[in-house]
Design a protein around this ligand. Sequence first.
Ligand code: NAD
Ligand code: DAU
Length: 343
Amino acid sequence: MKNILVTGGAGFIGSAFVRHMVATHPEYNIIVYDKMTYAGNLDNLLSVTDEPNYRFEQGDIAHRETVKQVFDRHAIDTVVNFAAESHVDRSILSPDAFVHSNAVGVHILLDESRLFGIERFVQVSTDEVYGDIAEDTFSVEDDPFLPNSPYAASKAAGELMVRAYHITHGLNTVVTRGSNTFGPYQYPEKIVPFFITEALDNRPLPVYGNGMQVRDWLYVDDHALGVATALFKGEPGEAYNIAGEHREHNIDVTHRILELLGKPETLIKHVPDREGHDLRYAMNCDKLKALGWQQQHPFDRAITETAEWYRNNEWWWRKIKTGEYLEFYRRQYAARLAAAENA
Ligand code: NAD
Ligand code: DAU
């Protein structure tokens, strides 16, 4: 392993992985390949821009010719695929891009990897492939896929192609399935950065339904370390859950954010629910722990530091909350907030 292509490396979790790898593994060249969708952001990579073992290439994982050229130009031997459309609400409003990047894109990346002789392929996936799970149960890696949103279904489709390329062509693949991730540099559409930045501006926090849905919360650097562990130590053909092992109701996360920022509970607005909303995700991650991975950022400290980061880094998020972001906000929330107002 020498030249590692990190697809989607300008996004939230991919950039955390790149910052970690560039800083701690000078023996590897890290080449980011990113389409630069609305979620791609070179500000996330400012700290590594001048490092000798870092390079950036813009391109789509679904564009065969560009993938091939980049493999060639950098003599790539390893691929870590973070590239995806990642927001469930957008997959309900506009699913085409999800099938393009998360299913077709993964297929093309796999196929070019096979043809080029890539030695190791890591696919970054999600606990959403397991679907909604019952109280007191925990998903394990061999559980069936029961995805419920177009996002989750497109990620499951990508994973199934990874499995097929391992079994049919012997490609050396590993899959990770992470839980809800939070931390610095997260596009402010996901609940944690969205609610923090809205609360800082004294704007309403639209909680879907009663807010009793449960998510497992994982700090971004722990997620990145989990992917690195799977890259270095995962068994070919295997999948590994990465969980924060800290489950919360959405409404409790919302209360915590308001408390940390010293903002009033009156900002909470219960709005009409997300369509097909999964009630609960929770995973067992003993398999990854057996490879030596251990979470290093417990939830309470991590959410406190995250709220502080957004408070201190308005330069990063204020310019995002313009243009296309405002158009998405209008489509996603205008009618919901109006309905809550009239209820
Ligand atoms: P993100 O939306 O912040 O970043 C995605 C990145 O991929 C962006 O830089 C974007 O420009 C790039 N991209 C999108 N389509 C592309 C394409 N066709 N070709 C090349 N680049 C493309 O996402 P994230 O939250 O950092 O998630 C990264 C990965 O982790 C995704 O695969 C996601 O499914 C998975 N995941 C995310 C979470 C979470 O809570 N955020 C949890 C588990 C798994
Ligand atoms: O579980 C892993 C997944 O976590 C990742 O695969 C996805 O890429 C990532 O986006 C995330 O999906 P969620 O749908 O769980 O994340 P989101 O932040 O959108 O929502 C978290 C919970 O909060 C969910 O139950 C919906 C709720 N929510 C979200 C938003 C944006 C609200 O109540 N109001 C909101 O405005």
